[in-house]
Design a binder for this molecule. Structure first.
Ligand SMILES: [Zn+2]
Length: 143
């Protein structure tokens, strides 16, 4: 499986995305990164609140739980955005990690952190292959 990925990554198909296009995605991703990093830096929202009232305690615990889940989602997103920026730097941005086809511009516009084309994403959603959650390892393979 890994061997396979390495081999295909080595074929290095030239990237058809234009410089302007890449620049545009970079700007979008960088502003997303700044936004997410800023929000993740501010964790006051999950300060542990204490109350003498046990009912309040339950409510606080619920709110904390929600805040933590939100942070989880955002830090996942931040990781994806950063990985996308790395792929931009590495010149492999916009190519599907699985089949190396170009991810459609429409899909990239809607989700600039996408690592799979629609077809592969659908296959991933059906658990047809092991999803690369931290695509940084892909770069290590290429290098
Ligand atoms: Zn694909």
């Amino acid at each position: 499986m890994l061997e396979n990925v390495k081999m295909r990554a080595g074929t290095g198909r030239p990237h058809p995305m234009s410089k302007t296009e890449r620049k545009r995605h970079q700007t979008i991703l960088e502003s997303m990164e700044a936004d997410l990093a800023g929000r993740l830096g501010n964790r006051d929202g999950i300060a542990i609140e204490k109350s003498a009232d046990p009912l309040d305690e339950v409510q606080f615990a619920g709110e904390r739980e929600l805040a933590i889940r939100g942070l989880d989602r955002e830090s996942n997103m931040l990781r994806r955005v950063r990985a996308a920026l790395e792929r931009l730097g590495g010149g492999v941005y916009g190519a599907c990690l699985r089949c190396e086809e170009q991810i459609s511009p429409k899909r990239l516009a809607a989700a600039p952190w996408s690592v799979y084309c629609l077809k592969c994403q659908e296959a991933a959603d059906r658990h047809e292959f092991e999803v690369v959650e931290a695509p940084d390892s892909f770069l290590i393979d290429v290098a």
